[in-house]
Design a protein around this ligand. Structure first.
Ligand code: PHB
Length: 402
């Protein structure tokens, strides 16, 4: 193959700000030696949304990932790390090309990404076809650790099923009988609402109506009017990022927070509370994290994240942090030699991580086994009320690990 690779066109990826942007330009040089030596830097592709409704989520995953590496002296498994950063814009249509460029042109050793389930499933396909190591630090698409599971694919976040299934039982036990659901019409929304409905109806509850709007639209008014007409006992929802901020504010502005309690997947109120203000007070959600977990790992993480970024850590930062921890476990087991893939994967699959979220291990499909907490927004924080369900393990339906 020619030593001289065509310089990439100047694009959004090269224009990203900060150190990562510089790293992108540096690795694009045609004079760079191929990374084959044992101690060459590890090339990590970060494919995340840096713009759009999930921009803050991508940024916090990125910050959390880099924080864990910094704590490790800037290395993973003894190797220096260099980054190639891609803004996937949460656009599934661009995902295959973006992933192919990271794998084919940029020759990364591992890809970490992404947030959006539809984008992630396109990445999973390329990862399977090219046997590229992929760590998913957010997207919950059930299929990624279901029918599409593979030895080279890990997730440090959750399956969509996992986060909301425990809430069905919690709401039924609280005497709630009739629920309206509302979400974006795409994989994550459908799967989170589906898992909630599965347990809620099994415990005697009834779904009165499922409301949706296309991702990433935020024109909620007509749907909020419909909720007011239907007068359910409660609403269950999934939105995240900028969309979650607007939905919670619109719901309160319509006065519905006083009459129809709002519940959701924890993404509705994680990393969003500052912007939502009092509109979020009292919202109850389930998630694999809460702001007041007092385990030493969380206390240390929140302090370090604040010192590095000036921001309060959230679930997205934790998932990025744990992605680097998992990668470090795999690479350390093989002394940085990514070619020893089988041993590296075995070490990652067996990992037991003392995560800020609590104990984290992985099932046979490489999806986290973790506690799901019931939280309530109080004083601008997602305070844990109880463990809604301990050690929740996704059923990994359809996964045949080869
Ligand atoms: C997803 O698309 O899987 C997704 C996006 C944002 C979240 C959670 C899940 O906060």
């Amino acid at each position: 193959m020619s030593e001289f690779r065509r310089l990439p066109p100047i694009s959004r990826r090269a224009l990203l700000s900060g150190a990562a942007g510089v790293a992108t330009l540096a690795v694009a040089s045609p004079f760079r030696a191929p990374a084959i030596a044992q101690h060459a830097p590890l090339r990590v592709g970060l494919m995340l949304p840096y713009t759009g409704t999930f921009a803050k989520l991508g940024k916090f995953i990125d910050d959390g990932f880099r924080l864990r590496i910094e704590q490790n002296g800037g290395k993973l498994g003894g190797r220096e790390v260099e980054f190639v950063q891609v803004d996937d814009e949460s656009k599934p249509a661009a995902a295959t090309d973006n992933m192919n460029r990271l794998v084919g042109r940029d020759k990364v050793d591992v890809v970490v990404g992404t947030v959006h389930s539809g984008v992630a499933m396109a990445m999973v396909k390329v990862a399977r076809d090219t046997n590229t190591l992929l760590i998913i630090p957010n997207a919950g698409a059930n299929d990624a650790t279901g029918p599409a599971c593979a030895p080279n694919i890990f997730r440090t976040s959750f399956s969509n099923w996992q986060t909301t299934y425990p809430m069905g039982k919690v709401m039924a036990a609280a005497g709630i009988k009739n629920v309206v659901t509302i979400t974006w019409k795409y994989t994550a929304g459908a799967e989170m609402i589906g898992a909630f409905a599965e347990s809620f109806t099994a415990n005697g509850g009834k779904i009165v109506e499922d409301l949706t709007l296309p991702f990433p639209e935020v024109e909620f008014q007509a749907l909020i009017t419909r909720i007011a007409q239907l007068k359910p006992d409660a609403v269950f929802s999934f939105f995240a990022g900028g969309g979650a901020v607007k939905f919670v504010k619109d719901y309160a502005e319509a006065g519905l927070n006083k009459t129809i309690p709002l519940y959701g997947a924890g993404f509705l109120t994680d990393g969003t509370l500052e912007a939502q203000g009092a509109a979020a007070d009292g919202i109850k959600t389930t998630l694999h994290y809460a702001d007041n977990l007092l385990n030493p790992a969380n206390v240390a993480f929140l302090k370090a994240f604040k010192a590095k970024t000036g921001n309060d850590g959230d679930i997205y930062a934790v998932q990025g942090f744990d992605a680097a921890a998992l990668l470090n476990i795999g690479l350390t087991a093989v002394k940085g030699d990514t070619h020893a893939r089988d041993r590296m994967v075995a070490a990652m699959a067996a990992a037991k991580i003392d995560s800020p979220r609590g104990p984290l291990s992985f099932n046979k499909a490489h999806n986290p086994i973790q506690n799901i907490y019931l939280r309530e927004v109080k004083n601008g924080r997602n305070e844990m009320l109880s463990i809604a369900q301990a050690d929740v393990d996704d059923p990994a339906r359809g996964c045949k690990m080869t």
